[in-house]
Design a protein around this ligand. Structure first.
Ligand code: ADP
Length: 374
């Protein structure tokens, strides 16, 4: 009997042990599957964070980096930045200050901050303390450099337009007032004043015309179709040959009989017109040579003159709106300062590019390169 009791107790012990083992086994596999599930979710969250355009970072209570998504790693060239201070990673004292304030005070903190590293940029920054773990804070940075640049370009443009319009308007007003107030003005002065008024009115309509061309080119989608560029350039040369002859310049065209590409022919006419007109305007003696060529992939319109040339420090800026090397000369020759910016815009919106080489007092060569197909 005693033996039986011992045997039965032993059996029970074995069974309890098995059960514990089995329970431990079940427990362990549950933990493992939970761990696998957690790892999967972490990967999914990381992938989601990496897909964001906004840079996201997480810092611990010492303002050291714990996490940076792809946009943040790219923005600050972070290779192995985890554990490094936010100041060391971004070189921004302002950002470090914002992180420290968020960690200390909690809440959401916003600021528009400039960054110098790795290049000059402006970002809209939001920093907030993690609700689940107050010893951490989350940062989101949206790059608004382009937005601010466009805004500046727009305000500069409006300021430039007002300035350009104000000068002729002031002249017209002053001369008209003098004509009105002084009945004894001699006939010579009166006719000189009237001529000046007419020329300033012409100038205003040229500016408004160029502004309309620019605004139409920027706002409406380009309607392209088969366009014979050789025909376009030939007719521009014919149209301007009288102006060249008046200045005693040789205007020469060299190119194929036909060069068909997919383009907007009115805009191509504008490109050729502005380049050839400029070459005539800024050349006092010699020639303007216009050529057209193609290598089967792209067409190259080249306008070479023996004119005043452009000093190298101005070359990078002449395609900007209203930029003029010599304001008085441009004015005297009826320039608006918009011709080359129109050329650049039209050529680039056709997928092409403009180039210029020039030597002061020797001449300039402008090229418009346009792909034959879209
Ligand atoms: P503008 O109406 O003043 O000619 P553009 O935008 O056409 O304005 O040209 C900008 C400036 O570039 C001109 O004011 C002039 O200083 C310079 N420029 C353009 N084309 C030539 C050229 N062929 N030779 C010398 N300077 C040129």
């Amino acid at each position: 009997m005693g033996l039986l009791v011992v045997a039965s107790l032993g059996w029970q012990a074995v069974r309890t042990g098995d059960l514990m083992l089995a329970e431990t086994f079940v427990e362990r596999s549950r933990v493992e599957s939970l761990r696998a599930e957690l790892a999967k979710r972490e990967l999914a969250v990381d992938a989601m964070a990496d897909g964001l355009e906004v840079a996201v970072m997480i810092c611990d209570e010492r303002a050291s980096l714990q996490f940076a998504n792809r946009a943040a790693r790219e923005a600050f060239r972070i290779q192995d930045g985890m554990g490094r201070g936010i100041l060391e990673v971004t070189l921004s004292y302002e950002l470090q200050g914002l992180v420290q304030t968020a960690l200390r005070e909690g809440g959401v903190h916003r600021a528009e901050l400039p960054f110098r590293f790795p290049e000059d940029r402006i970002a809209q920054v939001v920093v907030w303390r993690d609700l689940l773990d107050p010893a951490r804070c989350v940062l989101s940075l949206t790059d608004i450099t382009n937005l601010r640049r466009l805004e500046r370009m727009r305000t500069d443009f409006v300021a430039n337009v007002s300035h350009e319009l104000r000068t002729p308007l002031t002249i017209i007003r002053t001369m008209a007032e003098t004509l009105h107030d002084d009945p004894d003005l001699d006939a010579g002065t009166t006719s000189r004043y009237l001529e000046r008024i007419v020329s300033e009115v012409d100038r205003l309509s040229m500016i408004s015309n160029d502004l309309l061309i620019l605004s139409a080119a920027e706002s409406s989608p380009i309607r392209k179709q088969d366009c014979d560029l050789a025909e376009v350039v030939r007719s521009v040369v014919t149209q301007l040959s009288f102006k060249a002859r008046e200045k005693g310049l040789d205007l020469v065209y060299e190119g194929p009989e036909e060069l068909v590409l997919t383009a907007n022919s009115a805009q191509m006419t504008q490109v050729a017109l502005n380049l050839v007109d400029n070459a005539i305007k800024y050349t006092n003696e010699g020639s303007v040579h216009v050529s057209l060529a193609s290598d089967g992939r792209e067409a190259v319109l080249r306008v070479r003159d023996t004119g005043v040339g452009i000093a190298s420090e101005h070359l990078a800026r002449i395609f900007e709106r209203f930029y003029r090397v010599d304001r008085a000369r441009s004015r005297a020759s009826g320039g608006t300062g918009l011709g080359l910016s129109i050329v650049k815009h039209l050529v680039e919106s056709h997928g092409g590019q403009v180039r210029v080489t020039s030597e002061l007092n020797t001449g300039s060569t402008f090229e418009a390169v346009i792909p034959l197909q879209d």
